[in-house]
Design a protein around this ligand. Structure first.
Ligand code: GLP
Length: 242
């Protein structure tokens, strides 16, 4: 890896470009599973950049599952299975990754009782107390999705706990989801939802339903979202079996 490689790769903040550059080195097989990365200090010296930049890039790669940190031993290339799994991210994180400012406009925040469908999705007995959040999600202040999240009240005592990000609020209670099942389907916006999103009646929508779980398998979230078909791409990374 040379300073030149980072300057010429991708765009955005330097740490993002370093992140892409390190990933490319791994994808090209120059660094293999379990290989150690140089220390933060060595890499910073070698590339003539700050340690903070190196640290941020490494941290992002650990979060992405590309690298693993082993205490006292250093940073290593993560096993491929971990890398092949899709990353579970929040709307807030998704928009920041795309260089956009995430936002939310509240439509409904209430406490209620799980409907039969919600109870089934969250593995609760019907009527259990739930927290409901209906928000218009924006990116750079532009409407992007209509999102309706239902969380057992035991995990989120009140919708007022959510300032900007649902996942940040859940993290405060140690209930950040670790795994999720997601279903995507093509739909059309009807009159009411179209109006909220500022698109013509009957335009294309991407319906995304997510059930997410704690590490022990307890369902923590049942969310139904309608993304604008003209503004949102869902990207999946794929690979043939080894
Ligand atoms: C995505 C998912 C939702 C999830 C949300 C959390 O939009 N489709 O299921 O609730 O992210 O995002 P945030 O933490 O920004 O509220």
């Amino acid at each position: 890896l040379r300073a030149r490689d980072i300057e010429n790769i991708g765009h955005g903040p330097l740490y993002r470009r370093l992140q892409t550059a390190i990933k490319a080195v791994i994808d090209d097989g120059i660094l293999k599973v379990d290989d150690a990365l140089p220390s933060e200090r060595d890499l910073a010296n070698e590339l003539g950049i700050s340690r903070v930049t190196v640290r941020n890039a490494m941290r992002a790669l650990v979060e992405e599952g590309v690298l693993v940190q082993r205490h006292g031993a250093g940073t290593f290339v993560a096993p491929r299975v971990e890398q092949a799994l899709s990353r579970l991210t929040s709307f807030t994180e998704d928009m920041i990754t795309r260089g956009m400012k995430p936002g939310a406009v509240w439509i409904e925040k209430t406490l209620g009782h799980a409907s039969p469908e919600e109870a089934m999705a969250l593995n609760l007995s019907p009527g259990t107390e739930v927290t409901r959040l209906r928000r218009l999600r924006t990116a750079n202040d532009k409407p992007m999705a209509l999102e309706y999240a239902v969380v057992p009240r035991a995990f989120l005592p009140s919708p007022d706990e959510v300032e900007k990000s649902l996942y940040d609020a859940l993290a405060k209670y140690g209930k950040k989801p670790e795994r999720a099942l997601q279903r995507l389907r093509a739909e059309l916006f009807d009159g009411e939802t179209a109006k909220i999103l500022g698109v013509p009646d009957g335009s294309a929508a991407l319906y995304i339903e997510r059930r997410s779980f704690l590490a022990n398998g307890t369902p923590v979230e049942f969310t139904r979202s309608y993304y604008r078909g003209d503004s949102y791409d869902f990207i999946a990374e794929m690979q043939v079996d080894a």
